[in-house]
Design a protein around this ligand. Structure first.
Ligand code: ATP
Length: 206
């Protein structure tokens, strides 16, 4: 099954099933019914069965799924359909709020790490990911093969940080700073300018 044909939400649930199977394995459980696995993963049995059809034939009617075999199969699938890793640069108020927001995983994205010019001040701020100094950016982007970044630095720093991101190999930037970024061909920028969006709304509610 091509990775592109598996819906993102299914891939996300693959991770849930995989974790649930790992727990069963730890408890030396060898087979599991779809109802029990669905319950352990917090989804409906019909959803589970539908998701697993993307892996091909699985389970023996009456006996349920082989825990080890299904875990291996899911692991293989996740190897090529893993959540898209993303980094975030600029852990100010907006950046920190985005880091704390738990909703990206459901859509198939995972913020792996954050970077800030003043990383030392941002550490221990109750964030779910580590905040690294900018000097570490290139290495992490390369070793983890990260292609996407969320940019939440002030406008004055946005272009300079963008250059660093592009240099490191980032080719998709979600830009929250109110600046039109210059990037080479092959790099995509999507702009989210909250002030412009509000201004636009304000025009239409007159
Ligand atoms: P704060 O209260 O942390 O200042 P803020 O949202 O008002 O929050 P901004 O001035 O918008 O802060 O900056 C956002 C973040 O971007 C800050 O944490 C700042 O340290 C970081 N930052 C600024 N310049 C750079 C840069 N050149 N490279 C990386 N991070 C930067």
């Amino acid at each position: 099954m091509s990775r592109l044909l598996i819906p993102r939400k299914t891939v996300y649930r693959f991770s849930l099933y995989y974790r649930a199977l790992q727990r069963l394995k730890t408890n030396s459980i060898e087979t599991v019914s779809s109802a029990a696995l669905a319950k352990a993963a917090g989804v409906k049995p019909t959803q589970l069965r539908k998701d697993l059809t993307y892996l091909g034939q699985f389970g023996t009617r009456g006996l349920g799924y082989d825990v080890s075999a299904l875990a291996t199969k899911l692991n293989e699938a996740l190897g090529t359909t893993r959540l898209q890793p993303v980094i975030l640069v600029g852990v100010g108020n907006l950046g920190a709020a985005l880091l704390r927001y738990g909703g990206f995983a459901k859509e198939g994205f995972e913020i792996l790490a954050a970077f800030d010019a003043e990383a030392s001040k941002k550490r221990g701020a109750g964030l779910p990911v580590s905040v690294f100094p900018m000097g570490k950016l290139r290495e992490l982007v390369r070793t983890k093969k990260i292609k996407m970044a969320i940019l939440t630095v002030p406008a004055t720093a946005a272009q300079e940080v963008t250059n660093e991101l592009v240099d490191a190999g980032i080719c998709g930037i979600l830009n929250f700073s109110p600046v039109i970024l210059e990037v080479p061909d092959g790099v995509v920028v999507n702009n989210v300018d909250l002030a412009i969006e509000l201004e636009n709304l304000s025009y239409f509610i007159q």
